[in-house]
Design a protein around this ligand. Structure first.
Ligand SMILES: [Zn+2]
Length: 251
């Protein structure tokens, strides 16, 4: 997508001030789609990278597969109420990072299955939005106990393959959709990282975005320290102050 005469865009600085985005005019914008299981999965795993790439002029879309309606230990909480709260929290966190669009599939929390129908729907959304890069859960992470995290990783990767080839779901093509060649997929929550992103300049934005998920207790000082220390430890491996790590798959 070549954009011309794009209006000046701004993003939040680490200090919370609005600063102009550089190099955005007359530039081919690359799109990133972050596909994740629950509201809050993206910020902790790739919030710093998202903020950094938005600053560089890339467009980031979120695709949230479940509504997170089981993520509470509060006995007075209902699933209906929780889903509403978490959608609002996700919207707020996405705004902090400069994410352009949040798509909610609204599947009940914990009930995600690797199905043909879901793969097809995600492939349709990939074809519709044409991302160059996809971020998602590493479905091969050993001892990953959350079924939604495993399912999301498989669904996102399977859908990326299907979206690429025109003979998958040909009924989508007369609807004006085109096959989409995703260049690379990045897996987060991985135990075999091979790609590190220096997020030193965006660590405060990442923490601010994580704090939006108050219903999950992510605004507490203890959690914030833990996230910061994790980024510090990951950064140390590659000589960065703070970093996020991924397994990179060239498609
Ligand atoms: Zn999750």
């Amino acid at each position: 997508m070549i954009l011309s005469n794009v209006p000046q865009k701004h993003c939040l600085s680490n200090e919370g001030k609005m600063v102009p985005l550089v190099n955005i005019n007359q530039k081919e914008l690359e799109k990133i789609m972050v596909i994740f299981a629950h509201p809050d999965d993206a910020e902790g795993n790739c919030g710093g990278t998202t903020a950094k790439w938005v600053r560089e002029g890339k467009v980031v879309y979120y695709l949230v597969l479940t509504n997170g309606d089981k993520g509470s230990w509060d006995l007075s909480m209902t699933s209906e109420k929780l889903a509403q709260i978490r959608e609002k929290e996700q919207e707020a966190a996405a705004k902090v990072l400069g994410v352009s669009k949040v798509i909610f599939l609204g599947i009940p929390d914990g009930e995600l299955e690797v199905s043909q129908s879901l793969r097809k729907e995600i492939a349709r959304l990939i074809r519709l939005h044409q991302p160059s890069f996809i971020f998602t859960h590493d479905p091969w992470k050993p001892h990953q106990i959350h079924p939604d995290h495993r399912a999301t990783g498989f669904l996102a990767l399977d859908a990326a393959v299907a979206a690429r080839d025109h003979l998958y779901y040909p009924d989508q093509l007369p609807q004006g959709l085109k096959p989409c060649r995703v260049k690379e997929c990045y897996l987060f929550g991985t135990e075999s990282p091979d790609f590190w992103v220096d997020i030193s300049e965006c660590i405060e934005l990442k923490l601010q975005a994580v704090r939006c998920h108050q219903s999950q207790g992510l605004a507490s000082r203890e959690v914030q320290e833990r996230i910061k220390n994790r980024a510090l430890a990951v950064g140390k491996i590659k000589g960065f102050l703070y970093a996020e790590a991924f397994k990179r798959i060239v498609m």
